[in-house]
Design a protein around this ligand. Structure first.
Ligand code: KIV
Ligand code: ZN
Length: 414
């Protein structure tokens, strides 16, 4: 049986919180419209208590984007929840997402409150949020470093208070996949009422494990993942939406879930985020990096040209891009021939050999050889061939004339 996985996008909230990624209200609106096109289920549009702009962004997104659920973040505090509720008033499908830390480290050192006070605040917040909407999400910040008995108590209490989704963040990206799987399994089996709600994973990437941990959580029964476009977010970022979605797509055999994401819109969404924030994606980033479907090595290009499945596990068109064969010093003759054909040239073996050697000579001096440069190489060598042919013809004609003159007894200078 294939379950539906809810994709909760937090690019506009957790992503936007990261240095260098802040966006204006209009930019957030553009991105929210694109996230709607992408088919995400939930857009976390902001954290209204933090600023008037954030509250206004949530309000305008809620008014304009009608299909997905629009979520607003709020601490477990009356003022936060009331502000979130007011900002979400125009939404067709509003969700209040309220959170409080549950680890002793955060309770003692940051919030300076007792476990009992934490539990009471969580319950009060969920009850208050339910006055604004039936769709209430509770997050136990730093859940993966929380003491299990206490965490289970909090989860049971917020379910009783009316939470419909319980999110268990790996706030500081500390967990490993096996731990996360055991963590979700334990909670789902121990918490009474667990079957009435959706469990959600929210993993940060401090150890580069956010996607692996999210996948482990899905395998252990989480049916919502929180993620961001290009993996942006606090510190090292959040789990990358495109990587999780494509993992569920490509590895259906391991992940019996399906999402509503229109995968063909993935790269356009990533590019829009880059354009809006001015923060580029690393070239080798999975799925959306410019090298994700680029091949330069001769052996790989040869394999690709014979059967793309040799070096591509998914079709680039499925995420909205095309394969690129980069001509460089590692490329082989097969790639040069193919690119030449695409540019409209049919090369003889002799021409191909010469074009290839000239291409390598250029690639040794610079990184890549562009289409224009390959075109120039071919045009030049074909012009040289025509000149050489004309020279041969001219020489042959002169020889003929010489022979004719010799036959009739004329000589040069006559
Ligand atoms: O990382 C985290 O714990 C969060 C919560 C507010 C959900 O972003
Ligand atoms: Zn987070």
């Amino acid at each position: 049986m294939t379950d539906r996985l809810t994709v909760f996008d937090t690019t506009l909230r957790d992503g936007e919180q990261a240095p260098g990624f802040s966006m204006t209200i209009d930019e957030k609106l553009r991105l929210a419209a694109q996230l709607d096109e992408l088919g995400v289920d939930v857009i976390e549009a902001g954290f209204p208590i933090t600023s008037d702009d954030d509250a206004e962004a949530v309000r305008r997104i809620a008014a304009a984007v009608r299909r997905p659920v629009i979520a607003a973040l709020a601490r477990c505090a009356r003022g936060d929840i009331e502000r979130a509720g007011r900002s979400l008033a125009p939404a067709a499908r509003p969700r209040i997402h309220t959170f409080i830390a549950t680890s002793d480290l955060h309770l003692e050192r940051k919030l300076r409150i007792t476990r009992d006070a934490c539990l009471a605040a969580a319950v009060d917040a969920v009850r208050l949020a339910r006055r604004y909407t039936d769709d209430v999400q509770f997050s136990a910040e730093d859940a993966t470093r929380s003491e299990m008995d206490f965490l289970c108590r909090v989860i049971e209490a917020v379910i009783d208070a009316g939470a419909t989704t319980v999110n268990l963040p790996d706030t500081v990206g500390y967990s490993t996949p096996d731990e996360i799987a055991a963590f979700f399994t334990t909670i789902r089996t121990r918490v009474s009422g667990a079957d009435r709600i959706t469990f959600s994973a929210h993993c940060h990437d401090d150890l580069g494990l956010a996607v692996a941990n999210s996948i482990a959580a899905i395998q252990a029964g989480a049916r919502q993942v929180e993620c961001t476009i290009n993996g942006i977010g606090e510190r090292a970022g959040n789990a990358s939406l495109e990587e999780i979605v494509m993992a569920t797509h490509v590895r259906r055999d391991r992940l019996p879930v399906e999402t509503g994401v229109v995968t063909r819109a993935i790269c356009a969404t990533s590019q829009l985020l880059t354009a809006v924030t001015g923060e580029p994606v690393q070239a080798n980033k999975a799925i959306v990096g410019r090298n994700a479907f680029a091949h330069e090595a001769g052996i790989h290009q040869d394999g690709m040209l014979k059967d793309r499945r040799t070096y591509e596990i998914m079709r680039p068109e499925d995420v909205g891009v095309r394969t690129t064969m980069v001509l460089g010093k590692h490329s082989g003759r097969h790639a040069v021939q193919k690119r030449a054909e695409e540019l409209g040239y049919t090369l003889t073996r002799f021409e191909l050999d010469r074009a290839y050697r000239r291409m390598i000579a250029i690639a040794d001096r610079q990184k890549h050889v562009s289409d224009a440069e390959l075109q120039a190489i071919i045009e030049t060598l074909q012009a040289e061939e025509r000149a050489a042919a004309r020279e041969v013809e001219t020489k042959a004609a002169i020889t003929l004339i010489d022979h004719g003159q010799a036959e009739y007894g004329y000589g040069h200078g006559v």
